[in-house]
Design a protein around this ligand. Structure first.
Ligand code: FMN
Ligand code: SF4
Length: 489
């Protein structure tokens, strides 16, 4: 199945007029004519699933927001454009090529759930996309799309957890990216920060508070990009591509040990081998592909199973996961002890420490796997890895800890012998940093990784030495120091 261009424009759409000339804006007109109920039913019938990684049914989420509306305050619609999954560059590509389609989906969502504010939440480092979105927002405002809506662009921190949806809401409220216990339809967000006392804030989240805070609807960039087509053309049109359980298309990123890197859109159900071949051009000269990993969120898929159709259900059945469809590809040069250490370091560093096992087992895993990579470990160290993998996700508030468990378990299952070989001597493996993509090098045809990540410490500083403190404790301590300063003043 060749690539398609339903949500990913083949080239950058220069301005709003160009988007309208190709049919853009039709979903807003249809929403004004048909009303929110009809739109909600269309989204439900389409079977659209969130493209942020979890594949959660979008219609169910929108319905939950409608059903949990505050009696007095309207919800907020938020686009999660914080893309920090290693191996993923599709959200930034979608925004660079056509921010109008994403904004159209958000305006439709606002009308459907009765929201009066829109938030585009991006990382402050995404300067190109921020400029593009701000310019597009000005154009759509002039065209009357956002009439009656308060619109904000939030330029957030570079932490991976910023992309976790409750942490994203914390950042919008002016706090650190620490996941909450309460789901977004229970505790939303407020641009004015009125609800700061009800959320994680300096004392961290708890599930004990009750509030009339309005819900927030958070969807991924690609999810909103799909909304315009569904509303303008109907759910049956949407279902013309894909499978019953995974309808529509999927925008994939391919990086790692292939001839070239890139992003392209495919009908759901396209075999992974075809996606890797089309975007990546196959393995490098004289090499063979061995496995692929969708971000740091899913078990690896061995090359023997590359014929698996890219759908949520098929990838899961094959023992892996579709995730955000950002595939990091490994070839026969790969030392999986180094991959384990790379993934483990990233997740241990990015853990916020609100849950003790996630941070402490995470740190232990990172140290042990790195020792194994350097061939400075003994066989008992491998047993210790297995022990920490078992407990790292206990009492976890968000999915990051389970990601650590899933990825390391799968590396041990698929490449355990190669990892174990490092505990009985032999040469050290070079580092294999598994870190987010910073941009695309047009000349080289490859992604450039965010090298700064390699200096980041588990306490979220860039100091020479890690303090040993968890990020959550550092923020609490700073808050306590500030309170002390206030009292002294
Ligand atoms: C550690 C972590 C990082 C995440 N990062 C992102 C991200 O960068 N972008 C995103 O859309 N979703 C991310 N998610 C998923 C979001 O929590 C959430 O499921 C998603 O924004 C919902 O949108 P959707 O229903 O449209 O998929 C992340 C989740 C976790 C646990
Ligand atoms: S599971 Fe980990 S990253 Fe998620 S809230 Fe707990 S400590 Fe933080």
């Amino acid at each position: 199945m060749p690539p398609v261009n339903r949500v990913l424009s083949p080239e950058a759409v220069p301005d709003l007029q160009a988007y309208i000339a190709e049919g853009g804006g039709a979903a807003i007109t249809a929403t004004r004519e048909a009303g929110g109920d009809a739109v909600l039913r269309a989204i439900e019938a389409s079977g659209l699933r969130g493209r942020g990684g979890g594949g959660f049914p979008t219609g169910v989420k929108w319905r939950a927001v409608v059903d949990n509306r505050s009696p007095s305050l309207p919800p907020t619609v938020v686009v999660n454009a914080a893309e920090g999954e290693p191996g993923s560059f599709k959200d930034r590509t979608l925004l660079q090529r056509n921010p109008y389609r994403v904004l159209e989906g958000m305006v439709v969502a606002a009308a459907t759930v009765g929201a009066t504010s829109l938030v585009v939440a991006m990382k402050g480092t995404f300067t190109e996309e921020i400029a593009r979105v701000r310019a597009a927002l000005e154009e759509v405002r002039e065209a009357g799309w956002t009439e009656g809506l308060e619109v904000a662009v939030v330029e957030g921190p570079s932490e991976y957890l910023y992309g976790e949806e409750t942490a994203l809401l914390e950042v919008i409220g002016g706090r650190a990216p620490f996941p909450r216990l309460a789901p977004p339809f229970r505790h939303g967000t407020s641009l004015a920060g009125e609800f700061s006392e009800t959320t994680a804030g300096r004392v961290m989240a708890s599930d004990s508070d009750s509030t009339a805070a309005p819900p927030a609807l958070v969807n991924n960039v690609e999810t909103f990009a799909n909304v315009a087509g569904i509303v303008a053309n109907g759910p049956d049109w949407f279902r013309e591509m894909g499978t019953e359980k995974s309808p529509g298309t999927i925008v994939c990123t391919v990086s790692g040990r292939v001839q070239r890197h890139g992003v392209a859109e495919f009908p759901m159900g396209t075999p992974l081998a075809e996606i890797i071949e089309t975007i990546g051009g196959g393995p490098e000269e004289g090499r063979e592909l061995v496995a692929a990993m969708s971000g740091v969120a899913n078990p690896l898929l061995p090359a023997a199973l590359f014929s698996t159709p890219a759908t949520y259900e098929d990838m899961q059945e094959a023992g892996a996961g579709l995730g955000a469809a950002g595939f990091i590809v490994f070839d026969d040069r790969t030392d999986f002890a180094a991959v384990a250490a790379g993934v483990s370091r990233f997740l241990a560093v990015e853990s916020c420490g609100q849950c003790t096992p996630c941070k402490q087992d995470g740190r232990a895993l990172s140290e042990l796997t790195d020792r194994i990579r350097r061939s400075e470990a003994d066989p008992p160290d491998l047993t210790a890895v297995e022990d920490h993998v078992r407990t790292v996700a206990e009492e976890a508030r968000c999915f990051l800890a389970s990601q650590h468990q899933r990825v390391l378990s799968s590396i041990l299952e698929l490449f355990g012998d190669a990892v174990a070989a490092h505990t009985t001597g032999g040469p050290a493996a070079d580092e294999d940093p598994i870190i987010p993509i910073a941009g695309f090098d047009d000349d080289g045809g490859r992604f450039v990784l965010d090298e700064k990540q390699r200096r980041k410490q588990p306490d979220w500083s860039y100091d020479e030495e890690d303090s040993g403190q968890a990020p959550a404790d550092r923020v609490n301590q700073r808050a306590g120091d500030l309170a002390g300063e206030d009292a002294d003043a």
